[in-house]
Design a protein. Sequence first.
Length: 245
Amino acid sequence: MPNAIETAVQYNEAFYEEAWRRMRLFPPESLPWWPVIRALADAAPDRLEVGPGLFPRLPLAGTHVVELSAVALQTLETHGAIAHHGPLQEQGLAASIDLVGIFEVLEHVPDDVDLVRELARITRPGGHLMLSVPLGMKYYNAYDRFMGHVRRYEPNELRTKIESAGYVLERFEVRASSPREPVASLMVWLMIHAPNFSVWMLRDVMLPMAKYMRINWQDASQWERGTRNATDCSAIFRRAAPSPA
């Protein structure tokens, strides 16, 4: 018998595929992270985003996109993305990427260490990795289970896993935007019993409102204090040069 997390992940493969059928592409320039992402992307000829669904953060034209959803991938490709269907580890990409984006994905992956190792392999020395994840297992709730989250990251766990693969933290931002109980359980109920309403709320209310969110980037030296009690984090890491043999 699969455990509860395995069941959630299996169920939500179908959930996400159906969700993308109901959604339209939401442009990355409408989100508050865009000024920083645009600056990174402008300096990065070779770019990759992993698992964006229909909410990409990197500019699509000319960006490699690795995605499990055939529905989402077809739309991304029509907007100029270079499409790769399936897990990243199966793509055999060259070690030539200047900017990697992976947003709200790592928390879904049982073997995140293996995935991060592959991200590091394909990132050029001096290139960047930008990610976002939920923080704090003490906040894990019905919404996390329903969405197929294997974990919420403890701040030092996240930093250690990424830096152990060969990256160095440059800057980060934190928020307290994850749903808490009982709102989390209400959101799950709506997604199950009123999917059209849930899609409308996300597509036409919540995402358009996100552009008004204030993002406060902090230096890596503020990590321990800055991440304390945060529920959500975005971070930018630089790929360090490999140590000489």
